[in-house]
Write a protein that binds this ligand. Structure first.
Ligand code: SF4
Length: 233
């Protein structure tokens, strides 16, 4: 069975060859343009939960209203915020808005700017974000990776299925064990981890489905263990 450390380059090459460069939520790369760190976070947070057109319109409405400053977004009356989105013809649910406002409050409390972010460890940011109601481990790692350019991996179900079916992860692994295995593929390379995450999400949608692995159509079939995919359980 090909070990993960022997398969890293082949795995990344196969995804890149099959899908080409993939665009992250929020459009990335992190820190592009003149945007402040909170704008990167808001952009990715919206991109994770809304389709790109709605996320882009919501971001534009926030920018127009001066709400891409975390203190302003945290403090605004929710009804006023609803009005701003209504006027911009953007429909966002409370499930989307509440975590974003909690992240805004957190960022405001941290005096979140490029310099303060640079000084914070990845683990500190991860733990802080996970402590916010409505921000789960995968969302926290998505924000770290796609918004802040840290070498973090947001483990989703497709990644878990691929790692288990190839024998690279024990099916009983918890979230952080799976994250650690995925991060080991490119431990110091956020760009490679981003392409890995986006590529495995596509593999999960196209071939490595929850109920059945359609290996015959998958770009990763050359990395299968002898005897085929392992049962996810
Ligand atoms: S579909 Fe098959 S080859 Fe593709 S990732 Fe899943 S188990 Fe691997």
């Amino acid at each position: 069975m090909p070990r993960l450390d022997e398969s890293r380059a082949s795995l990344l090459d196969a995804l890149a060859g099959h899908y080409g460069p993939l665009s992250p939520p929020g459009g990335g790369p992190p820190g592009s343009g003149d945007a402040a760190p909170f704008e990167w976070i808001a952009s990715v947070a919206l991109g994770l939960v809304a389709d790109p057109r709605i996320a882009s319109a919501a971001l534009a409405a926030l920018r127009e209203a001066g709400l891409l400053e975390p203190g302003a977004l945290a403090a605004i009356d929710p009804l006023e915020l609803d009005d701003i989105f209504r006027q911009a013809r953007v429909r966002l649910t409370a499930r989307v808005l509440q975590p974003l406002r909690k992240i805004a409050r957190w960022a405001s409390d941290q005096a979140f700017d490029a310099e303060s972010v640079r000084l914070m460890s990845t683990e500190t940011i991860r733990e802080s974000l996970r402590g916010l109601n409505g921000v789960g481990p995968a969302t926290a790692d998505s924000l770290l990776l796609f918004a802040l350019g840290r070498a973090a991996y947001p483990v989703d179900r497709p990644t878990y299925r691929v790692l288990v079916r190839h024998g690279w992860l024990d099916p009983s692994a918890d979230y952080d064990e799976a994250r650690s295995v995925a991060e080991s593929i490119a431990p110091d390379d956020p760009g490679a981890l981003a392409q890995l995450s986006l590529g495995l999400e596509k593999v999960g949608r196209d071939a490595c489905k929850p109920a059945v692995a359609r290996c015959e159509r998958c770009p990763l079939r050359h990395l299968l263990p002898e005897g085929g995919p392992i049962e996810v359980g």
